[in-house]
Design a binder for this molecule. Structure first.
Ligand SMILES: *Cc1c(COP(=O)(O)O)cnc(C)c1O
Length: 352
């Protein structure tokens, strides 16, 4: 059979290590999983109720256009209309949909270390990924990224805040970068951790989307909304690009329960903001403990922290974290998701 040779060089998604693969025997107690930046709170009560309510309709296809969800997203972003919103089975699908609208062959410029999925998904759709190293402060190096753009560049992805470094760039810098990019290059702002950033100078990329022909922002319900298992993401995009995305999009990919849960969760901005505050208090506690223990770490604006310690350090108290080398960092670094208070107690117990 004639299959695509590019697939030889791409492995399947390599998930974090599971308990069975850990050499340290932690006995019968459950391991704490701080590997994937999920929110320990899970869905809000309103989202849980909405999920249950959809059961009676589960024999029917979901709303293909996800209209109530898109209306709720539009309502949350002044100036954005339903025509500016596309949804996906997680923002991962939306990222792939966006890459599918780009001309090929060509390349996608990305910061590195960043989200490894950019590399594999670009290659799967027939684009190359060009990695531009972060600067000395673990932030995306916009000058270097701009310099990396060539006639072959179809898109630049800016992960803001960046996973796995947890650093962010203010909107003014993003705007300057967007202005400097050639108009035929798509700028994808992956803002999966948008809701965790406190700095008022960060937020507002939806205005940039509305002012531009070539800027999109992707968001997700997998992080602050605690709905990773229901797979809902979206993009804010100029209408022309949104229209193209719907053409490549797999119909019905966002299931009914996910749509309902996400809509309900968006209806509770106060509760979502409170969870974000709780997470930040825990993050400060974890970072303070790293400081006291003399560990190097990157001050975070997300619900995870990159720390200069091997995963094995935390395994002694039964905590699984993501090994840095899986994410483009050197051996000896780990990405630690901020868990609930007890989970973080276990994490910090390993430093004692
Ligand atoms: C978690 C994450 C996403 C979200 O993925 P979903 O498919 O929406 O679950 C996207 N981008 C980055 C950088 C992430 O860390």
């Amino acid at each position: 059979m004639k299959t695509r040779s590019v697939l030889e060089g791409i492995g399947p998604y390599n998930p974090p290590r599971l308990r069975e693969e850990i050499s340290v025997d932690y006995g019968s107690e459950e391991y704490v999983k701080l590997t994937m930046n999920e929110l320990s709170f899970g869905p809000l009560p309103e989202a849980r109720a909405a999920i249950i309510e959809t059961l009676s309709r589960a024999g029917r296809y979901p709303d293909r256009d996800a209209t109530p969800l898109r209306e709720a997203i539009a309502h949350a972003h002044p100036g954005i209309s339903v025509g500016n919103i596309v949804v996906g089975n997680g923002s991962s699908e939306t990222l792939v949909d966006l890459m599918q609208i780009l001309d090929r062959p060509g390349e996608v410029v990305i910061p590195w270390p960043s989200f490894p999925f950019y590399v594999s998904s670009a290659r799967v759709v027939g684009l190359d990924a060009k990695k531009v190293p972060l600067d000395d402060h673990h932030r995306a190096d916009l000058d270097a990224m701009l310099a990396a753009v060539t006639r072959e560049t179809r898109a630049v992805i800016l992960c803001n805040p960046n996973n796995p470094s947890g650093t962010y760039l203010p909107l003014s810098e993003v705007r300057r970068f967007a202005d400097a990019l050639p108009e035929d290059v798509l700028l994808i702002l992956d803002e999966a951790y948008y809701e965790f950033v406190d700095d008022p100078l960060y937020s507002g990329s939806h205005d940039l989307v509305l002012e531009s022909d070539n800027v999109v922002s992707t968001r997700t319900f997998s992080k602050v909304h605690g709905l990773a298992g229901f797979r809902v993401g979206y993009a804010l995009a100029p209408e022309r690009l949104a229209d193209l995305v719907w053409r490549v999009h797999v119909p019905f990919s966002v299931n009914q329960a996910g749509q309902a849960a996400a809509t309900a969760s968006l209806g509770q901005p106060g509760a979502i903001a409170e969870r974000s505050r709780q997470m930040k208090r825990e993050r400060e506690r974890v970072q303070d403990a790293f400081e006291t223990a003399g560990l190097e770490y990157v001050p975070s604006h997300t619900n995870f922290v990159m720390v200069g310690a091997k995963p094995q350090l935390f395994e002694k108290t039964g905590v699984l974290v993501r090994e840095g080398e899986a994410l483009g960092y050197p051996v000896g670094w780990s990405r630690v998701t901020i868990g609930g208070p007890e989970e973080n107690d276990r994490l910090l117990g390993a430093l004692a």
